[in-house]
Design a protein around this ligand. Structure first.
Ligand code: AMP
Length: 281
């Protein structure tokens, strides 16, 4: 497995892979790998001859009061896991390699970021689209795999790739959960045992909403009210949003008539947790 820190070296490798006629599949991450990341690597393994993982905690997507400095990191363990999963190359740039002195170029979407997570994290998607654009130009993949756990991020990337004509297939991977239903996340490392029941209320609220829709309820407000009640049972939770919306435009819907996204974000004692599901009548 190649471990590459330099942009030029990564680009040269990408050119060589293309010259050899290999298809490169790419999984960008912020590291502290868990089974959710592994599931994307396994999809990548199926999709390409060459599998590249990147590990980069992107400062541009963190707001000033967010957890950039405390974000969990464990490069050594990540590299072991990557090796075990058959990753061919890991790209681990430094902050300065991607945001060199004098850096001033950002990629920004006009509409999708003004929904859901973008409302409380105003720099987040600008940071994501900027770093993903850079990574696409460095890794030069044919296919890139993103998790549906970050549903809005996947929607934003798909839109950016279409708008800017990136010649890259974007593949979404399903949300991987712990046995008790908690969506896997690197940030789960912050959770203390006593917070577990509160953390589980997100997946419980989503499951309950799915059941309401199955039983014939289609009024979004009624479903959001019940979900709010489930989350509000835990005083340590501050709800950021509970949204029922169109999975492409992310605009709110009042009636669940077709495939609809339900997404939740909360702060649990300052730990940001997000989860989502598709509601289908
Ligand atoms: P992160 O390291 O949190 O930036 O995530 C890197 C990639 O892994 C993103 O495409 C995420 O959507 C994806 N991912 C994170 N958690 C999960 C999960 N529980 N299931 C599936 N994909 C995930």
């Amino acid at each position: 497995m190649n471990i590459i820190h330099s942009v030029q070296e990564m680009q040269a490798r990408a050119d060589e892979m293309r010259r050899l006629g290999k298809t490169t599949a790419f999984v960008p991450t912020m590291g502290y790998l868990h089974a959710g990341h592994v599931s994307l690597l396994r999809i990548g393994k199926q999709k390409g001859d060459d599998l590249v993982l990147s590990i980069f905690v992107n400062p541009a997507q963190f707001g000033p009061n967010e957890d950039l400095s405390s974000y969990p990191r464990s490069l050594e363990r990540d590299l072991e896991l990557a090796e075990k999963e058959g990753v061919d190359a890991v790209f681990v740039p430094t902050d300065k390699a991607l945001y060199q002195d004098g850096y001033q170029t950002y990629v920004e979407l006009e509409k999708l970021p003004h929904h859901l997570c973008g409302l409380s994290r105003p720099v987040f998607f600008k940071g994501v689209t900027t770093v993903v654009t850079q990574l696409f130009h460095i890794v030069k993949p044919h296919v890139a795999i993103f998790g549906e756990k970050d549903f809005q991020q996947l929607a934003v990337i798909r839109q950016m790739v279409a708008d800017l004509k990136f010649d890259i297939e974007i593949v979404g991977g399903p949300i991987i959960r712990e046995a008790d239903g908690l969506a896997m996340s690197s940030r789960n490392a912050y959770l203390k045992d006593h917070m577990r029941p509160a953390a589980l209320s997100l997946s419980k609220a989503l499951e309950n909403s799915r059941q309401m829709v199955q039983s014939g309820i289609s009024d979004a407000r009624e479903i959001v009210e019940k979900a709010t009640e489930i989350l509000a049972a835990f005083p340590a939770i501050t709800i950021d949003y509970i949204s029922i919306c169109d999975p492409v435009t992310l605009d709110d819907v009042a009636l669940i008539e077709g495939r609809t996204l339900m997404a939740i974000a909360v702060a649990l004692e300052k730990i940001r947790l997000i989860d989502n599901t598709i509601l289908q009548p």
